[in-house]
Design a protein around this ligand. Structure first.
Ligand SMILES: NC(=O)c1ccc[n+]([C@@H]2O[C@H](COP(=O)([O-])OP(=O)(O)OC[C@H]3O[C@@H](n4cnc5c(N)ncnc54)[C@H](O)[C@@H]3O)[C@@H](O)[C@H]2O)c1
Length: 263
């Protein structure tokens, strides 16, 4: 029997972190619409509950876990919820992330810890608890959200860029360590994506935030920023069996941003 492509994640269970808005929300909605039961992890309770209720209202499966990926007990609770509600974990999308701007001499130590603990330690903690559950089900797949800032950079993002570079490296090691468990691990490196995070960054710049986002769009060869669904397309491909030969790979999804030179 051929697989119904629209329900290719039927019977599967996915944890998506930072799924209350932005890229994580787009990924969670897509996975649910293609048949997966989704655990929505976010520390923004209202946002997590809204996405969960919307998915539920469509007759699809989701539960919310309110907590922080950088807190071990919360990360453990996400896997426990997946096991209790849906029987285990097949997929993990480590998407939750934050950015704080500033040059290193003025950058507060607690801000460094917030950025690195959320973006990098959070992926370690979520993987630590989810991998044994995947293993017990015969395998799975993980996608870690990094950024083109792992490869190219801008000013005042030292902690963010360092955390994103770390994610690309973490991903490669996880891929090697867990190939034997039939678990594939890949990273996705987006350019500028139209999300609340980008909007917040635009609001910090002088002038009209919409004009700033449009200006950032023009830095991409096609002239516009990326939509969250365009990132979700690649994330679900990497989770799917169609990506069976892809592991340890940093997938650049930046609409050509990093292909350019300064000429
Ligand atoms: N938007 C972009 O232009 C862009 C570009 C490259 C990479 N990324 C990366 O993609 C990912 C998603 O970005 P986005 O733009 O959708 O962000 P966003 O700020 O719009 O949404 C992030 C979500 O994560 C949640 N979150 C933050 N810290 C958390 C924590 N400790 N525990 C649980 N939930 C937490 C927030 O509440 C929010 O719902 C991030 O890792 C980000 O670094 C974004």
């Amino acid at each position: 029997m051929t697989q119904d492509r629209n329900q290719r994640f039927g019977g599967k269970v996915a944890i998506v972190t930072g799924a209350g808005m932005g890229i994580g929300e787009a990924v969670a909605r897509r996975l649910a619409s293609e048949g997966a039961a989704v655990v929505i992890v976010d520390f923004d309770e209202d946002a997590a509950k809204k996405v969960t209720a919307d998915i539920d209202a469509l007759g699809q499966k989701a539960v919310a876990v309110i907590g922080s990926v950088s807190v071990a007990s919360d990360a453990r609770r996400a896997t426990k919820m997946a096991e209790e509600e849906f029987g285990g974990v097949d997929y993990l999308v480590n998407n939750a992330g934050v950015v704080i701007y500033g040059e290193v001499p003025e950058f507060k130590e607690e801000d460094w810890d917030t950025v690195v603990d959320t973006n990098l330690k959070g992926q370690y903690l979520m993987s630590k608890y989810a991998i044994p559950s995947m293993r017990s089900r015969g395998g799975g797949a993980i996608v870690n959200l990094a950024s083109v800032q792992a490869l190219i950079s801008q000013r005042e993002v030292a902690a963010y860029a360092a955390s994103k570079g770390g994610i690309v490296s973490l991903t490669k090691t996880l891929a090697l360590d867990h190939a034997k468990d039939n678990i594939r691990v890949n990273s996705v490196l987006p350019g500028s994506v139209r999300t609340p995070m980008l909007r917040h960054a635009a609001e910090l710049a002088p002038g009209d935030p919409e004009a700033t986002v449009a200006q950032w769009g023009r830095l991409h060869p096609r002239g516009t920023v990326i939509e969250p669904d365009e990132i979700a397309n690649v994330v679900v491909f990497l989770l799917s069996d169609e990506a069976s030969a892809v592991t340890g790979a940093p997938y650049i999804v930046d609409a050509g941003l990093s292909a350019q030179s300064a000429f």
